[in-house]
Write a protein that binds this ligand. Sequence first.
Ligand SMILES: Nc1ncnc2c1ncn2[C@@H]1O[C@H](COS(=O)(=O)NC(=O)[C@@H](N)CO)[C@@H](O)[C@H]1O
Length: 143
Amino acid sequence: MRMLLIHSDYLEYEVKDKALKNPEPISEEQKKGRLEEVLAVFISVEKVDETNPDEVVEKAVNEIKDVASQVKAENVFVYPFAHLSSELAKPDIALEVLREVEEKLREEGFNVKRAPFGYYKAFKLSCKGHPLAELSRTIVPSG
Ligand SMILES: Nc1ncnc2c1ncn2[C@@H]1O[C@H](COS(=O)(=O)NC(=O)[C@@H](N)CO)[C@@H](O)[C@H]1O
């Protein structure tokens, strides 16, 4: 899994077209989203993650918690992003992993949004620009 973490004044998105034949079903209200004072986490789920998705979810959540506490962010935006890797996991596995990252972060007490999966989206992001505002992490299953 590849993650790009951007501590931002805000992240907002708007769904445009389908990028997959069968994108995640979404409600009208999910077609747009915005969070302020947010740790935006752009995630590419990779083929190698398919060997142990649960372990990758746990490691990702721990990394996100660590960065969020360093930058003092309580809001987290999980953003499916297929452009951080050339070895992408299959969409159904990727969606499951992203849903679990979202759920576990919420269980940890964060205010979490997840951008819809399988769509082209317009987005605006305002990076804060402090030394820890732009970070990346690579996570692989140990198995
Ligand atoms: N492995 C993945 N990790 C994260 N997001 C993914 C992944 N696979 C698909 N997606 C989601 O599905 C969208 C389209 O995925 S894509 O790989 O860019 N494009 C396609 O698969 C099709 N255009 C056929 O190539 C992405 O924008 C993202 O929302």
